[in-house]
Design a protein around this ligand. Sequence first.
Ligand code: SF4
Length: 200
Amino acid sequence: DGSTTVTAGMVDALVKTHAPMCMKNLHHTLTATGHLKHYGRLQYNLFLKELGLPVEEALVFWRRSFKSMTDDKFNKEYRYNIRHGYGLEGRRMNYPAKSCARILTQDQPGPQDSHGCPFRHFSTTNLSSAMVQHYGLNQSEQSEILASVKQGHYHVACTRIFEITHQRQGVKKGTGLDGRGETVTHPNRYFESSWKLAQA
Ligand code: SF4
């Protein structure tokens, strides 16, 4: 509702419980490797900003996440970028978090990158492992998702994971993000819908 204050220490649990696959993947890579490349940082920083993480907490979060980096390197090379995403440096633009349409079509990830949309940019094998790792989907659920992906219906696949996981937790009836068929068009809307259901 915009009034929630999120702290650096809350990010891990919030993302693991409520985030769509693209953000879980970025979070996992960041946690596992202690780093994210440029476009991954950009995608994740703006998502966290819109989720309600204030800039001071964002700096704490990224500083902690880059485990093996010196403070000096962090301050020289990363601090500016993170603050820039919050509109506090350079032209002081209020950058919105990226929508699915932008993530799907802009800045296509290379093999070493972790940004983008897993439904569109992962191989079938990697997508299947990610569905198991992040959401515990069984074989038939995976097949259903892969069929949507094959037809290029990435938002349908992402919405279906939202439905499956929330119905499994017994917190939701009906379809889509809102129970009335709304499909995923933005990672932050996915997050907000999931978060709201948990408060109900
Ligand atoms: Fe993220 Fe959108 Fe892809 Fe879902 S469809 S994983 S929210 S980019």
